[in-house]
Design a protein around this ligand. Structure first.
Ligand SMILES: N[C@@H](Cc1ccccc1)C(=O)O
Ligand SMILES: CCCCCC(=O)O
Ligand SMILES: [Zn+2]
Length: 304
């Protein structure tokens, strides 16, 4: 693959509290603001949801960044988070423009047993280089990278407003709870990201290569009562906490309240976000991914 030259990545934003009850990022950003770090812009993305210790006030902020919503007019009846998304787009974007931040890192927690994950869109080689660098330094931690095959115009999450962006997703952590072990994983990943950026900006070349990645393919909802919409089963104990473990046809996925075991009927895929608290209302019990090998080019600073 052709070597890639990039201009300096000097304008970097770290966001926390995009979901107000995901505490690692909330405390991480507050600590970074207390330390008054110059090199990085820190943002508490959803202050009202953080104060309320809820995921959001009116609507999920991390679904407000498709071009269509960023271009929609804001009226008095607009949801709080849509107004906030426009503010964040003005501050860190505008999405797709030259004025946008070079890199936006958005900090999330999940109640699912996912360890430390990077989530990114399309072919952002930068994310894969940073991920590979962290992989080389954090050998003992379960580390995965999840690719969303969505065009940037339809990308709906905060980190898509930067020229480059990824989310750091760490779990399991209950919402509204701060776990030191989870916080420490997120902090180490963030410190190593900043270390990589300093090396890149001072002229280091990073060799290309390949990484194993999980490409989001589909979501699976809970079995529901057609009349009430209520769930009629729980995640099966053999799936619970087994994120990224191959799910084969015939493996149990749900245990119905009437005692039945419901089994996976599709092809063998990798489950993740298994039993994520926030996804019940999104009609997602777990997501399924293909495991692929992504190849990426070597990268270095473009010198004018
Ligand atoms: N937990 C995050 C996962 C995510 C991160 C980044 C982009 C898309 C999704 C969310 O649902 O918002
Ligand atoms: C990888 C994150 C996925 C967000 C929820 C969804 O796509 O249904
Ligand atoms: Zn989140």
């Amino acid at each position: 693959m052709e070597h890639v030259f990039l201009p300096p990545l000097s304008r970097v934003a770290v966001c926390g509290g995009t979901h107000g009850n995901e505490m690692s990022g909330v405390y991480m950003v507050r600590e970074m603001q207390r330390q008054k770090l110059e090199a990085v812009t820190t943002v508490l993305s959803n202050p009202r949801a953080v104060d309320a210790c809820r995921r959001y006030i009116d609507t999920d902020l991390n679904r407000c960044f498709p071009d269509e919503l960023l271009n929609a007019p804001i009226t008095d009846s607009s949801p709080y988070e849509l107004r906030r998304a426009h503010e964040l787009n003005a501050q860190l974007g505008p999405k797709g423009s030259d004025a946008a931040m070079d890199l936006v890192v958005d900090l999330h927690n999940t109640t699912a047993n996912m360890g430390l994950c990077f989530i990114f869109y399309s072919k952002d080689w930068l994310t894969l280089h940073i991920y590979k660098y962290i992989q080389s330094k954090m050998a003992s931690v379960p580390l995965r990278v999840i690719q969303l095959d969505i065009p940037i115009s339809e990308a709906y999450s905060l980190e898509s407003v930067g020229k480059h962006g990824f989310a750091i997703e760490v779990g399991p952590q209950p919402t509204g709870v701060l776990r030191a072990d989870i916080y420490n994983m997120m902090k180490e990943a963030l410190d190593l990201t900043i270390e990589w950026l300093q090396k890149f900006n001072s002229g280091s070349t990073f060799e290309g290569g390949e990484v194993e990645a999980y490409v989001r393919l589909e979501s699976v909802d809970y079995p529901r009562d057609p009349k009430t919409g209520e769930i009629t089963a729980a995640i099966h104990p053999q799936l619970q906490d087994n994120d990224f473990k191959l799910l084969r046809r015939g493996d149990p996925i749900f245990q119905s309240f009437s005692g039945e075991t419901l089994k996976h009927k599709g092809e063998e895929l990798y489950p993740f976000f298994v039993n994520e608290c926030a996804y019940y209302e999104k009609k997602v019990a777990f997501l399924l991914a293909r495991k692929v090998t992504l190849t990426f080019p070597s990268i270095s600073l473009k010198r004018d």
